[in-house]
Write a protein that binds this ligand. Structure first.
Ligand SMILES: Nc1ncnc2c1ncn2[C@@H]1O[C@H](COP(=O)(O)OP(=O)(O)OP(=O)(O)O)[C@@H](O)[C@H]1O
Ligand SMILES: [Mg+2]
Length: 220
């Protein structure tokens, strides 16, 4: 489902060049739940962002479902990102001025042909899935960290992505709330979603199918 071939990422600023990823070769199967571990700065987020089409490699190839993505136009790539990929971040990235329901509905606003009532129905369904259907009118500041992350997961799910990418989704949560988030991700994975998750927590990583260990831009 996800294949990287000889992939490199070099960040260039005026003074310095950083090779964040060095000749990465990786294959992730459909319906796999994979975690990525490694020390700070080893390239985990860079790898996840490239898989998620949020950043582009300096060289090498990325295939999503057999399609090499660098050849796609920006428009097709944006559509692919919206349709196929869901993101969850450590800091939730919710919009403070929007309530829970509006935050969750947001990705569908960028999709043509979805009516307001359909949007609402889907938002309520994904909120139900993460156990938050009783908090639809709350704003992010009125929620706990674990609840915020569940809203973020609901928002990632509303587009029914085949692939969910999570960058330290439990990083800002205590162990109990973290465990709840991992339970939700495990359930989603059993329902067929391919998940790639960055984590610093060995216990969390131990619950996934496979741990990919990175060091200094390389996969060990
Ligand atoms: N936009 C950027 N410009 C320049 N260098 C960058 C940029 N983003 C990341 N880097 C560098 O690339 C390397 C990999 O960064 P990355 O964020 O992928 O690490 P990480 O493994 O996710 O670390 P952490 O566990 O701290 O989140 C680091 O050396 C970092 O300083
Ligand atoms: Mg990171």
């Amino acid at each position: 489902m996800i294949t990287l071939v000889n992939l490199n990422k070099i960040y260039r600023t005026k003074e310095i060049e950083t090779q964040a990823l060095e000749n990465i070769n990786l294959n992730i199967e459909e319906k796999e739940f994979v975690s990525i571990m490694g020390p700070s700065g080893c390239g985990k987020s860079t790898l996840l962002n490239i898989i998620g089409l949020l950043d582009s490699p300096t060289s090498g190839e990325l295939f999503l479902d057999g399609v090499e993505v660098s050849s796609l136009s920006d428009k097709v790539m944006a559509k692919l990102r919206n349709r196929k990929l869901g993101f969850v971040f450590q800091n939730f990235h919710l919009i403070p001025a929007l309530n829970v329901l509006d935050n969750v509905e947001l990705p569908l606003l960028y999709r043509s042909g979805v009516s307001a009532s359909e949007r609402r129905k889907k938002a309520l369904a994904v909120l139900e899935k993460v156990g938050l259907s009783h908090r639809t009118k709350h704003f992010p500041t009125q929620l706990s960290g674990g609840q915020c992350q569940r809203v973020a997961i609901a928002r990632a799910l509303i587009g029914e992505p085949a692939i969910l990418l999570a960058d330290e989704p439990t990083g800002n949560l205590d162990s109990k709330m973290g465990a709840e988030i991992i339970d939700i991700l495990t359930k989603l994975n059993r329902e067929g979603t391919t998940i790639v998750m960055v984590t610093h927590d060995e216990g969390v990583a131990g619950k996934t199918d496979r741990i990919i260990r990175m060091s200094d831009g390389n996969i060990l």
